[in-house]
Design a protein around this ligand. Structure first.
Ligand SMILES: Nc1ncnc2c1ncn2[C@@H]1O[C@H](COP(=O)(O)OP(=O)(O)OP(=O)(O)O)[C@@H](O)[C@H]1O
Length: 257
């Protein structure tokens, strides 16, 4: 089967520092793939390469077999690869609903002239965008906050809105950078459930960077472990947890936390 997402031989250096070294990985459709590794291992850089924020020095990124290496972030988003960030990145001046609707920018067809003329097509698009944004908010359990200003929400709520924004355009792949960061332990089960629903109900393939090892071990179908910019282990959570190279990379503690 063609992988939904594959990276092949990705290499990237920042100045003299090799951030990624020959990274390869193939993720099946509908898989939750955890990406773990110590600080500085290259996890965020890998997501940035996949979604086009940083062009790789070497290697290729393939989406359903098609080479998307070097495309701009907005073109890659338009092909169905969306992203959430480590720190929330909502527009402060917009409502929650408007923030989620910005996730549809790659699909909006009405042109500038339509805006000037206030055409019916533009109004229809806006209505449709609002409806889809509302559905995405409902999916993450945030519909009641739709009309509130985004900055008035708690950190945890803002993270859910970001996930809704990543989902609104019905992506094929969502890259998530630490969705559980800053959440209390009793919210972890909610995130676990939400990630599974994103996979099962929306058919989205998920790449998940996560430092909360308990969450990533429970929710991932398989895990790729990065160390110093290279893949040091890959496989089902139970096998990765026992892998000597992984235990050594984490100094034998965190993987069992
Ligand atoms: N924009 C940049 N300029 C220079 N070096 C960078 C840049 N971004 C990342 N690096 C370096 O690349 C390496 C990989 O960093 P990256 O942030 O991808 O690691 P990470 O695994 O996501 O770490 P963390 O778990 O701490 O978020 C590190 O050595 C980091 O210092």
């Amino acid at each position: 089967m063609t992988p939904r997402l594959a990276v092949e031989g990705i290499g990237l250096a920042f100045g003299g520092v090799a951030a990624l070294r020959g990274v390869g990985m193939a993720v099946a459709p509908g898989e939750i793939r955890g990406i773990i590794g110590p600080n500085g291992a290259g996890k965020t850089t890998l997501l940035n390469v996949i979604c086009g924020i940083i062009p790789p020095g070497e290697g290729r990124v393939l989406l359903d077999g098609q080479d998307i290496t070097g495309l701009s972030p907005s073109r890659i988003a338009a092909r169905g690869v969306r992203r959430t960030f480590q720190t929330t990145a909502l527009f402060r001046g917009l409502t929650v609903l408007e923030n989620v609707a910005t996730g549809l920018h790659t699909e909006t067809r009405a042109g500038l002239l339509d805006g000037v003329l206030g055409s019916r097509r533009l109004r229809e698009e806006e209505r449709e965008a609002a409806e889809r944004a509302r559905q995405a908010l409902d999916f993450v359990g945030m519909a009641a906050c739709a009309d509130r200003p985004a900055h008035a929400l708690s950190f945890g709520q803002q993270r859910l809105v970001e996930i809704a924004r990543a989902l609104v355009a019905e992506p094929r792949v969502v890259l998530m950078d630490e969705p559980a960061v800053g959440l209390s332990l009793n919210r972890l089960a909610d995130i676990d459930r939400l990630l599974r629903r994103i996979r099962d109900e929306r058919g989205v393939t998920l790449l998940l960077i996560e430092h909360v090892i308990r969450l990533v071990m429970e929710v991932s179908d398989s895990i790729t472990v990065l160390g110093s910019g290279a893949v040091i282990a890959e496989g089902p959570p139970a096998a990765v947890r026992e892998d000597p190279a992984v235990v050594a990379a984490y100094l034998g503690t965190a993987v069992h936390a």
